[in-house]
Design a protein around this ligand. Structure first.
Ligand code: EPZ
Length: 455
């Protein structure tokens, strides 16, 4: 292990990863055991939900990732006391909540999209909120029109200003009848975080029902909320006067589990992912098996491995839950590049999520992206100028190259490509990966990868 990695391990400076580039000698099967903790896309929202309580909350299985640090900083600038009970347990005390200055919020928001979810809780607790213009991975223009529409329906006054959005709720927030044009995860969370203490009943039609959403419902119910989820994506919330703190162990990160499963397949390896549960990964496991991957379900995790033989091509159409998650396709595309035949991925959630394939083609993959809806049903991007279908022709042998990480999941796909390629690759801008993958450098080391960190 080189000194930089040792230093990083010793200092625990895992979040944000001081190194920004990693040189990987590929072609080595990843073998071993890693552990996933709470889901990035639940834990960050659970931290925001603590704002609604009139007493402290305790959140367990919190991963050490920079997206969590961003939300922690944003909570602290609003006067919330956040302490580590242990390395993976947070105590969040919102009793002294206060307004924050715009510059402080902007300084801490970074590229996160989570600040938009602070609106409902801050309007309830303080009667005002200010949200800086948002970041997030460049996988489409990531609008927030659904969020603003929802907040207006609850009675918020939304004022677009230079650098962000100011909101007030002079008459308080009242329950509303809302129908989302698309089952947006973020907009559904916006409704949940705002409706629980709004006056009266809220009815949300066209809601997202991802496992992370349902775990947020679990948390809000623990706090005293009254929420029903019907079979037809209709969520009803009866507003209550107040909510108290919660004690909760976060749902595991199925996106991270799927990423390491894809790494096992692409490198011909065998990885036990501790903490992974079958129910939330059902659709992924079916596709994994159809490609030729194998898995064994245990009580404490799932073993993912390449059983030998050729990988087979598949047609994947991403969709909202319980469909194939959009966050699962990037890491799996590398294995598809090695499959014996032509695969198709039709990305129907985001309009521009195949930028990462350019680097894979530079490494020898044969991936073409198209504007048409290929392989499945016509989607909302079909008649517009969005390259949202990918055709992956295999088998191709990947060779090492210099690649720059574009975004979180595409970045992990680049890591997998470098690990499975013949030869050496230099992967730069890897700090982005620590936004959503805890200690991925230490995990690569645990799994026998051959690499050197660069300063
Ligand atoms: C969440 O993003 C996740 N991020 C994403 O994971 C995930 O891919 C996505 O849900 C879908 O499952 C977090 O939870 C932090 P959406 P979110 O609102 O809430 C459009 C990762 O890598 N839309 O369901 O932003 C939007 O443009 C990330 O962990 C509007 O048009 O996703 C997209 O096309 C990537 N207007 C679609 O809806 C809006 O106001 C789905 O977005 C909001 C969304």
């Amino acid at each position: 292990m080189n000194t930089l990695l040792q230093d990083a391990q010793d200092s625990g400076a895992r979040v944000g990863l001081t190194a920004n580039a990693i040189t990987i000698n590929g072609g080595i099967p990843l073998r071993g055991r890693i552990q996933v903790k709470g889901a990035k896309n639940l834990v960050t929202k659970a931290m925001v939900a603590a704002l609604l309580g009139d007493s402290p909350s305790e959140l367990r299985s919190v991963p050490d990732i920079s997206d969590v640090q961003v939300v922690r900083s944003l909570l602290e600038v609003h006067g919330v006391k956040v302490d580590n009970i242990d390395a993976e347990t947070l105590r969040l005390d919102p009793v002294n909540i206060e307004s924050a200055h715009f510059a402080e919020i902007d300084a801490h928001a970074g590229s996160s999209r989570i600040p938009i979810l602070f609106c409902g809780p801050l309007l309830h607790r303080l009667g005002e909120a200010f949200i800086p213009d948002l970041g997030g991975c460049r996988i489409g223009d990531r609008p927030i029109d659904y969020h603003l529409e929802v907040l207006r329906k609850f009675g918020a006054i939304v004022d677009k200003q230079a650098g962000g959005i100011a909101m007030t709720a002079p008459a308080g927030l009242r329950g509303a009848k809302i129908e989302l044009p698309y089952p947006s995860v973020g907009a559904t969370e916006q409704v949940l975080l705002t409706a629980t203490m709004a006056e009266g009943i809220t009815e949300l039609k066209g809601a997202a029902i991802e496992p992370e959403i349902m775990d947020l419902v679990n948390i809000l119910q623990k706090m005293g909320a009254i929420i029903t989820v019907d079979t037809d994506r209709v969520i009803r919330i009866e507003g209550v006067e107040s909510l108290h703190g919660y004690s909760h162990t976060a749902l595991f990160d199925r996106n991270e589990a799927a990423s390491w499963a894809a790494a096992a397949l692409a490198t011909g390896g065998d990885i036990f992912v501790g903490g992974a549960h079958q129910p939330e990964m059902l659709t992924f496991l079916n596709v994994y098996r159809k490609i030729g991957g194998a898995f064994d379900i245990a009580d404490d995790g799932i073993r993912f491995y390449h059983p030998g033989g050729k990988l087979k091509p598949v047609v994947i159409e991403t969709d909202v839950h319980p469909g194939f998650m959009t966050d699962w396709q990037q890491p799996l595309v590398v294995a598809l590049a090695k499959a014996d035949g032509v695969s198709i991925v039709h990305e129907t959630v985001y309009e521009n999520r195949f930028g990462f394939t350019e680097a894979l083609n530079e490494m020898g993959a044969n991936i073409q992206i198209h504007k048409e809806c290929l392989g499945g049903h016509p989607c909302r991007f079909g008649q517009r100028n969005f390259y949202h279908s990918a055709v992956i022709s295999g088998p191709t042998e990947l060779h090492g190259a210099d690649i720059v990480v574009p975004d979180l999941r595409g970045g992990f796909s680049h890591l997998i490509a470098a690990l499975s390629a013949q030869g050496t690759s230099r992967v730069s801008n890897v700090g982005i990966i620590s936004r959503g993958y805890e200690n991925f450098i230490g995990k690569l080391q645990q799994l026998g990868a051959d690499f050197v960190l660069e300063g």
